[in-house]
Design a protein around this ligand. Structure first.
Ligand code: BDR
Ligand code: CA
Length: 317
């Protein structure tokens, strides 16, 4: 069955890889692309989204979204991870395509209303646009098929954070938006560091992709030179985590993942800002902020080899 997705993104090197993954996936209908600040400023990431769509013939319209988080100050874009242009310093050409004439959150609301129970929101950046869409029309919570988020860290498999000991970047960057999204009455799956840090594309896999995936393979090779160095220097690994592609993979093949159910909150301030805390449904506590909110789920295990194989086969046909 074909899944209609809106891809909410901040390209971003791993975002670019995930966008190509969704574009090539036979079972995904990429309805629209929305942008949010994060790996670059909103102008930068929107230009990057347009550039990728134009270069690779992705027909989905691109809508620009939030330039700032709901309440916290915007962080400096992480150029040390994604490069000054957020695409690994390839200096992409200025795209000739332009953005859609609607704001991302409004586009999400309209598209969900026009396609009741059919749209999957795949969010791989800060959750600001999704929270704004809920504010515009809370009814959309009952009308989306599901929300799949690359974000958070539940602490399984030793992975607890990447921008602080307890916080993952997308959630930390707009913790209030994230808390709104995980406590809304729509089904959310968090595809967090617990699983994404296990999905490392090593140099052997990357070389095979470069060789077999034509222009997309060459592009991925180019944009990941900077990212690969970051991972080698910071994490001591050969290769890099394909964070955002894991959320796309969840839509395509959820059986690759094991999940835990529970009510989830995000810490919005203090030294634990951005921490995602899922209380498994079999654990009982005195009354707390985790009561009377919808159950969500978080990924805690993944068949990483199968996921990386799926990426390769999807891009190479
Ligand atoms: C997430 O943060 C961004 O840098 C990546 O694109 C990914 O979405 C990983 O923590
Ligand atoms: Ca991202």
């Amino acid at each position: 069955m074909t899944e209609k997705i809106i891809f909410d993104t901040d390209p971003g090197i791993d975002d670019a890889m995930a966008l190509l993954f969704a574009h090539h996936a036979r079972d995904i209908d990429l309805v629209g692309v929305t942008t949010v600040l994060g790996n670059g400023t909103i102008d930068r990431v929107t230009q990057n989204a347009l550039y990728i769509c134009e270069r690779f013939g992705i027909n989905a319209p691109v809508y620009q979204g939030a330039a700032a988080p709901l309440l916290v100050e915007a962080d400096e874009p992480p150029a040390f991870v994604h490069g000054d242009d957020a695409l690994g310093n390839i200096q992409p050409a200025v795209p000739s395509h332009s953005i859609g004439d609607q704001y991302a959150a409004g586009y999400m609301v309209d598209t969900i209303l026009q396609n009741p129970n059919e749209i999957t929101l795949v969010a791989v950046g800060r959750l600001t646009n999704l929270a704004m869409a809920l504010r515009i029309n809370p009814d959309i919570a009952g009308l989306v098929k599901q929300v799949v988020v690359m974000g958070g860290a539940l602490g399984s498999n030793r992975f607890t954070g990447n921008v602080s000991p307890v916080a993952e970047a997308n959630i930390h960057g707009d913790p209030h938006a994230a808390d709104i999204v995980v406590t809304a009455t729509w089904p959310v799956t968090l595809v967090g560091l617990d699983v994404t840090m296990q999905c490392v594309m090593d140099s052997e896999r990357l070389a095979a992709l470069r060789q077999a995936a034509g222009e997309a393979g060459e592009f991925i090779w180019d944009i990941t030179r900077h990212y690969e160095n970051f991972y080698r220097d910071t994490h001591g690994v050969d290769g890099f985590a394909v964070h955002d592609s894991c959320a796309v993979a969840y839509v395509m093949a959820p059986d690759l993942f094991s999940v835990q159910q529970g009510t989830t909150r995000v810490v919005t301030e203090g030294i634990s800002r951005g921490q995602t805390i899922l209380v498994p449904d079999d654990k009982k506590f005195p009354p707390s902020a985790w009561d009377n909110i919808p159950q969500q789920q978080g990924c805690i295990g993944v068949d990483a080899d199968a996921l990386l194989d799926l990426y390769q086969t999807t891009l190479t046909g």
